[in-house]
Design a protein around this ligand. Sequence first.
Ligand SMILES: Cc1cc2nc3c(=O)[nH]c(=O)nc-3n(C[C@H](O)[C@H](O)[C@H](O)COP(=O)(O)OP(=O)(O)OC[C@H]3O[C@@H](n4cnc5c(N)ncnc54)[C@H](O)[C@@H]3O)c2cc1C
Length: 268
Amino acid sequence: MDRLMDIPSSAELKRVVVVGGGFAGLNFCKRLKDERFQIVLLDKTNHHNFQPLLYQVATAGVEPSSISFPFRSLFAGRKNFHIRMCEVLETDAETQEVKTSIGRLHYDYLVIATGCDTNYFGNKALEENTMALKTTAEALYNRNHILESFERAVDTDDTQEREKLLTFVVVGGGATGVELAGALAEMRRFVLRKDYPDLDVDKMRIILVDGKDRLLFSFKPKSSREAEDYLRYRGVELKQKTRVLGYENEVLRLSNEEIPTANVFWTA
Ligand SMILES: Cc1cc2nc3c(=O)[nH]c(=O)nc-3n(C[C@H](O)[C@H](O)[C@H](O)COP(=O)(O)OP(=O)(O)OC[C@H]3O[C@@H](n4cnc5c(N)ncnc54)[C@H](O)[C@@H]3O)c2cc1C
């Protein structure tokens, strides 16, 4: 798009364009309160996403509105502060311009705070068939998928199909995977038992797969042990030193076995 973005410009103010209103971009904008600068915050969405509680949205523990904070409310009343919802497609350091889905914009200073994306290590099938957990939209998709699996499991008289629907596999034993597996175990204990009396709760399997020999590898070994003990106590099956090779036709292929499942979460 070749249009220039409609942002007021002034010779006295240097323009700082901030791409991304996650933790980094948001804190940068909050702290840069200086009359010499105009700030333009560009983000694909119009709100900040509090990622640490996404797993709670995915497992129906909290509502999306509790972890989404509109930029326009956060920065209401700030002078020389502009917000545009758009995707930044390119930056050009020579012309000092960003190219976005709604037009070009000149900058004096550019802050790129676009975060990171889920890594599927190049495996397209995993990207297409598993559930990620980085945005509110993905958390809501996961929530619907989990509840739909319960509904379908209640209704089927095919034992194998029911087992597949009630098998939940989380791939990745970092903080997100551990939290998600724990929240699924809580869901089995509190939600499933109460809301789905026709289902045999004990048939719901929660499996956490990880390539390393201990969960929470970047934490101290004591924390790993405590997390492992707690998850086992809550009935989560741990498959460690195990790699995922693929997921097709609702069968998850691991380095040492295959698991039929309709629900695979990718937090690697
Ligand atoms: C499920 C989950 C749980 C977590 N739990 C914790 C925790 O308990 N404690 C902890 O310390 N950390 C936690 N983290 C990590 C933490 O959330 C991240 O480290 C942090 O969000 C990174 O901040 P960021 O600003 O770099 O990126 P992000 O928060 O990812 O923000 C990037 C922003 O850039 C925007 N953006 C990206 N590309 C473009 C583009 N091309 N154009 C316009 N906008 C763009 C996005 O829309 C987004 O708003 C968790 C992460 C996840 C996913």
